[in-house]
Design a protein around this ligand. Structure first.
Ligand code: SF4
Ligand code: SF4
Length: 178
């Protein structure tokens, strides 16, 4: 009989493993993009399956590392929606919470995110930016073409590290990527 570990222990196991190996996460991630014979559609399929499996175990509420370390990109539609939720004008919202880089890309000013509340609760969850809703982008089409993004996120997000590790195991079952 298989004895099931409680969900939080399973999460903690994955989280601890990522913490231990995160300095190598980029290198591990690079190895899946070196697989020349793998078509984009197959990689999307593997990434989608791994994403689903890993997020059944990983508990974002016990992590929030993205919210603590990485300011999300803010789109004009986000400004309108969040501004209206906070009952301030888009301009007030922009001035108070965002900055724009040299390429004209807007993001939140501060990390950890000012909207990250107690117990890792997002205080604007219903209207959070699209970038937060879609993070870590591992179930979106075109996984193979977002190498730079996934390499960076493997060091930020334990789920990305494990999704990549699962893909690697599927590509090369004999490799122990730990
Ligand atoms: S870093 Fe990844 S696992 Fe952690 S909260 Fe963000 S999406 Fe979830
Ligand atoms: S808006 Fe919410 S989900 Fe997005 S970074 Fe801030 S706390 Fe996290």
């Amino acid at each position: 009989m298989e004895i099931q570990k409680p969900q939080n222990l399973l999460h903690q196991g994955l989280f601890d493993e990522w913490e231990k190996n995160r300095s190598n996460a980029k290198k591990l991630a690079e190895s899946i993009f070196e697989e020349k014979g793998l078509h984009s559609a197959s990689m999307d399929q593997m990434a989608g399956k791994a994403h689903q499996n890993i997020f059944e175990v990983i508990d974002c509420m016990s992590c929030a590392n993205c919210c603590k370390t990485t300011p999300p990109i803010i789109l004009p539609a986000d400004i309108k929606k969040i501004g209206s939720f906070l009952k301030i004008s888009p301009n007030q919202f922009r001035m108070k919470f965002t900055l724009t880089d040299v390429d004209g890309e807007m993001s939140f000013k501060k990390v950890p995110c000012v909207f990250l509340g107690e117990n890792n609760l997002c205080q604007i969850y219903e209207v959070r930016p699209a970038a937060c809703r879609e993070y870590p982008h591992t179930d979106a089409p075109g996984f193979r073409h977002k190498k730079k993004l996934h390499l960076a996120n493997a060091g930020i997000c334990p789920a990305v590290y494990h999704i990549i590790k699962n893909i690697l195991k599927e590509i090369s079952p004999s490799i122990d990527p730990a």
